[in-house]
Design a protein around this ligand. Structure first.
Ligand code: F3S
Length: 389
């Protein structure tokens, strides 16, 4: 791999051991994947934040680093609401180590907003054509597909390395030749809301790491695109997709060789096969809720009282920007938790079954939280929480 003089100096350790370690990560990755050089990134989004996932060894590794990030950098959700962790049932010991993890990242100059939807908080992190080093799979999908930026699905250490060096190896989705559609997905019927998560659940399993291009009958809103991409990234490992006449277009050239057709009955089967009516907790906000989603939830809960635990996950900045919506949701007995989510927090493990309106959470909950998961529309989830279903 070609390295500039400064990059070589960093590799040799002339700029200190932290940057040397970070550059070695980037060079090793670049050599494995055949990158010709490094490319500057506009921002980094760093996974490996929840203490549930990184443990003591991860915390030690991050704490041992010295330096400042060279590009705006933001964190993935942590294992708890950083203010209301006691209400989540988080132990003192976990809270102490989680806070120490956030502090270690903060010391490196990383913005301690813990969210998988950084694009809902800041326009400045990514624009069309920018190279990025983002690691959360749904954020990667949104950045590549909806924003039209270019990022691989980084691991926590490689995103952190890119943040501290300001560059990432140029391979994979940083190159147009790897951004060509591989599958044409024809959706026969109109979709709305959680249907997009259900479609993503089905399509990801078929296309795996391919690049689907959708021909849709309905025009998805940004929250629906967010749900579609998150779900495909979890059921397969889709990091880029196109929706005709909606997302930035594919580079000109190759036509997809495979064709998939999905109709209403396929989508309905997902709801039927994964009923959540017997759930003891309902969790919304995977990926983190936007303000529009908080509005929908507040409307459905207006004047009602929940009979089951209902959690709504969002970014702290989003919650702080609409305190009246948060108050309306919480007046029902539901709780709006920030900085965390139902998957990366250990708090959900004490329940038996979680109902979600997210295809991604449906896939991850059993494996990562060890409890059952059910799936429904937003309205069904709320009705189950209210004891109506
Ligand atoms: Fe975000 Fe957690 Fe879902 S990180 S995408 S809310 S699993």
């Amino acid at each position: 791999m070609y390295l500039s003089r400064e990059e070589e100096e960093i590799c040799r350790g002339d700029h200190g051991p932290t940057l040397q370690k970070m550059m070695n990560i980037l060079v090793a990755l670049g050599e494995i994947y055949g990158a010709e050089r490094l490319v500057p990134v506009r921002s980094a989004q760093i996974a490996g934040v929840s203490f549930k996932n990184i443990g003591d060894a991860g915390l030690q590794w991050i704490s041992d680093l010295n330096g400042r990030v060279r590009v705006p950098s933001i964190l993935n959700p942590s294992g708890m609401d950083l203010c209301r962790w006691k209400e989540m049932g988080i132990t003192e010991e976990f809270a102490y180590k989680q806070q120490a993890t956030i502090d270690a990242y903060r010391k490196l100059g990383i913005t301690p907003d813990c969210t998988c939807t950084p694009y809902q908080l800041y326009d400045s992190l990514a624009s069309r054509g920018d190279h990025l080093a983002w690691s959360e799979s749904s954020a990667v999908s949104y950045a590549n597909s909806v924003i039209g930026a270019m990022t691989n699905r980084e691991g926590g250490p490689s995103a952190l390395a890119a943040a501290l060096i300001g560059k990432t190896p140029k391979y994979g989705y940083h190159l147009d030749e790897n951004r060509m559609p591989t599958h044409l997905v024809e959706i026969k019927d109109e979709l709305a809301g959680a249907d997009y998560g259900a479609v993503g659940f089905l399509v990801g399993r078929i296309v795996k790491d391919g690049v689907p291009i959708f021909h849709l009958r309905s025009r998805p809103k940004s929250d629906e695109l967010k749900a579609l991409g998150a779900s495909m990234a979890a059921s397969g490992s889709v990091a880029l997709y196109y929706v005709e006449n909606v997302t930035p277009p594919a580079p000109p050239g190759a036509e997809p060789e495979e064709k998939i057709t999905i109709d209403r009955s396929d989508v309905d089967d997902v709801y039927k096969n994964y009923s959540g009516r017997d759930a003891d907790i309902i969790a919304l906000g995977c990926p983190h809720c936007s303000m529009q989603e908080l509005e929908q939830i507040a409307k459905l809960l207006e004047g009602e009282t929940v009979k089951k635990e209902l959690w709504v996950c969002t970014a702290r900045k989003i919650a702080e920007s609409c305190p009246e919506l948060v108050a309306k949701i919480e007046a029902s007995g539901a709780r709006v938790f920030c900085d965390t989510c139902m998957v990366v927090s250990p708090a959900c493990e004490r329940y038996k079954k979680m109902m979600v309106n997210s295809g991604k959470a449906l896939i991850y909950i059993p494996g990562l939280c060890g409890i059952q998961a059910g799936f429904g529309t937003l309205k069904e989830c709320i009705d189950v929480a209210l004891g109506r279903l």
